[in-house]
Design a protein around this ligand. Sequence first.
Ligand code: UDP
Length: 356
Amino acid sequence: MNYDINQDIQEIIKRLRKDNISFEGKTILVTGGAGFLGSWVCDVLVEQGAHCICLDNLSSGKPKNILHLMEKDNFRFINHDISYPIYFGMSYHPLGICVADIKKIDIIMHMASRASPFEFQEEPISILRSNTLGTLNSLGIAKFHNAIFFYTSTSEVYGNPPKEAIPTPESYFGNVNPVGPRSCYDESKRAGEAFIKAYELQHKMRAKIVRIFNTSGPRIRHGPAFGRVVPNFIHQALHDEDITVFGDGSQTRSFTYVVDEIEGILKMVYKDEAIGEVINLGNNKEYTILEIARIIKELANSNSKIVFKTLPIDDPTYRCPVITKAKTILNWEPITSLEEGLKKTIAWFKDNERDN
Ligand code: UDP
């Protein structure tokens, strides 16, 4: 199977058009725009005729994800770490750098953050900075421009929910270890959400919080330093290496294909009904990690052996969303099957693995 990312981008645009959603003419700042999900967002926005400002310090985002957009008149890249202040529409500010020629921003999507559990050990401080200081700085820009603020939070705010809290609704408060190996991510995303609630209260900010569940697809980062389960298993299967299941593989996750996730994200960004809301966006079909290993091995036609390794500390036992709010408020639900999404991801991997 050959994979063409443009077909998937057109598919997202087609689905948005069905709901009369277009960002044409809007100026949208995307922090983390060179990352996995951020770059898909930039692609759709540019294609729809928005003015897309991609802000990224390229610490985990990749130039390759946005290089093809650089020549477009309605795309602009700014190399900056959002955890340091930046001001738009001003020629001088004592606290940080200024971009004077961008006068008005309509929407800010704060998506910048590393998200791989491997990196929680390597880069915990930059993760904390993106989701706390980065959120604060982005909110400051939104306040100045009276823009809509959109924050990509995570299912990780729920921590390790007990079985009774599965599937998990947005109203669940979480079961999070504040000092564990995942706390830099879980707690900083929770703090990011609290910052937003404070700006809503104090500054009447129009804000939206999406909680993203495991998402995979083309452009997901891969390699031993940040391999999440799907890219890890695909890499291992394609090289006939051992497929490393952590624990006994009975822990569950649900996986959304990137096209479904970006469709949901952009519906939420667009719809006024989502202002002030917190919405789960994920797949509600749960699989064990051992099932995922077997499915990937088969789809990749691999001779790998499945082996078992130590389960990381605080690895959530179950994860599955309630998506009623997404269905009713956004008219969204995931429609790509696990197999179809994995087949496309495997095909993309075959062409791109060297460019890690
Ligand atoms: N996992 C695994 N083998 C790997 C990588 C991950 O068994 O090589 C497991 C991990 O322990 C977790 C699940 O797969 O239970 C999902 O891990 P991932 O890193 O993708 O993200 P998480 O959902 O834990 O944030």
